[in-house]
Design a binder for this molecule. Structure first.
Ligand code: NAP
Length: 303
């Protein structure tokens, strides 16, 4: 029996393990693919308090080492669901079951991808899904942001402070994001809207050199010369398997507030997988701590 079963080995999950172990709880992190989560693909992290610069991979490995050195157990398995029996939460994977007193769901999100072959090939070589993480590396360069939601608008604004030129490429001629974010962008001299345009391909073999776009109104292809492409076309949570255990919102995020409490007592949600405004490395770590301490309190009340 585990005190805390943590589903997801990203920043939120591993931080929860650190806090759980330090509180004397037996914790297990069940991760489906790779420990570290989204941040592992960031070449440099320069916005984590107290660490001036570190690669995402190194940050994740340090955090995993920290959790394991404290005694956290790890399992590489795909979780299929959570069921409850007599107050015990049982995490089900393909072949095994993990009985736990509490569970923390920390499955993160996946950035929606454009679905282009070069997008995967040039990830980290000009293609990025995180302007806040990677924007500073494109200082003085020309970049494109793809998307028309709040994230794309905010990314374009953020990047305009570093970059020579920011093209905001959106597939329609109206933004999905808030007008209050659009108006200030219109006034920025180095931001250009490229509307009713879809990305057909990314140019460059080893690094991004440009984009081939299609104007949807004229059906003409044209090229933009950029060295960075920030894809901000929405995020996809991975919580379908938890739909029977906890309430999800319309987009599939686990309904939980800053206290990380879900609709099911003893099951907590931490990091990007839950309903929240700011999805950053620091907020994932903060959630991990909050969820683990909430799990500890839940256990002491039950004892
Ligand atoms: P979003 O609101 O879902 O917007 C995604 C954008 O990407 C849309 O403009 C969509 O175009 C476009 N898109 C989707 N699939 C595409 C594809 N295959 N090719 C090209 N474009 C594509 O996602 P988000 O901006 O990440 O925001 C997610 C949620 O967080 C939203 O509820 C947002 O309001 C919220 N958020 C809030 C704030 C804030 O309040 N400050 C900041 C960031 C995010 P269409 O419009 O044509 O569908």
């Amino acid at each position: 029996m585990y005190d805390i079963g943590i589903i997801g080995g990203g920043t939120a999950g591993m931080t929860a393990a650190v806090y759980g172990q330090r509180a004397g709880k037996r914790t297990v992190i069940i991760e489906g693919m790779n420990y570290g989560g989204q941040i592992t693909v960031s070449p440099k992290v320069e916005n984590y308090p107290g660490i001036a610069s570190v690669s995402g991979a190194e940050f994740s490995m340090n955090l995993l080492d920290q959790a394991m050195n404290l005694g956290a157990e790890t399992e590489l398995e795909q979780v299929k669901g959570i069921r409850q029996e007599d107050g015990i939460k049982i995490i089900e994977t393909g072949g095994k079951e993990y009985p736990c007193r509490t569970v923390i769901i920390a499955t993160g999100v996946t950035h929606r991808h454009l679905g282009l072959e070069k997008e995967e090939k040039l990830l980290g070589a000009g293609v990025s899904y995180c302007a806040t993480c990677d924007g500073a590396f494109f200082k003085g360069k020309d970049v494109a942001v793809i998307g028309g939601g709040n994230t794309a608008l905010q990314d374009a604004d953020f990047l305009s402070n570093y970059c020579n030129k920011v093209y905001l490429v959106h597939r329609r001629d109206e933004f999905r994001g808030e007008a209050g974010l659009v108006e200030p962008l219109k006034k920025k001299e180095n931001v250009e809207f490229v509307l009713s345009a879809v990305v057909k391909d990314i140019v460059g073999e080893n690094v991004v050199e440009g984009l081939i776009l299609n104007n949807k109104k004229t059906d003409e292809d044209f090229q933009l010369s950029v060295s960075g492409v920030f894809v901000a076309i929405g995020q996809v949570p991975k919580n379908e398997v938890f739909a029977d255990a906890v309430k999800l919102d319309d987009f599939g995020f686990v309904l939980a507030g800053e206290d990380c409490l879900t609709s099911a007592p003893g099951i907590f949600a931490a990091g990007d997988c839950r309903t929240k405004e700011v999805r950053q490395l620091t907020t994932a770590a903060a959630d991990g701590a909050v969820a683990a301490l909430a799990a500890c309190s839940y256990i002491s009340v039950q004892e």
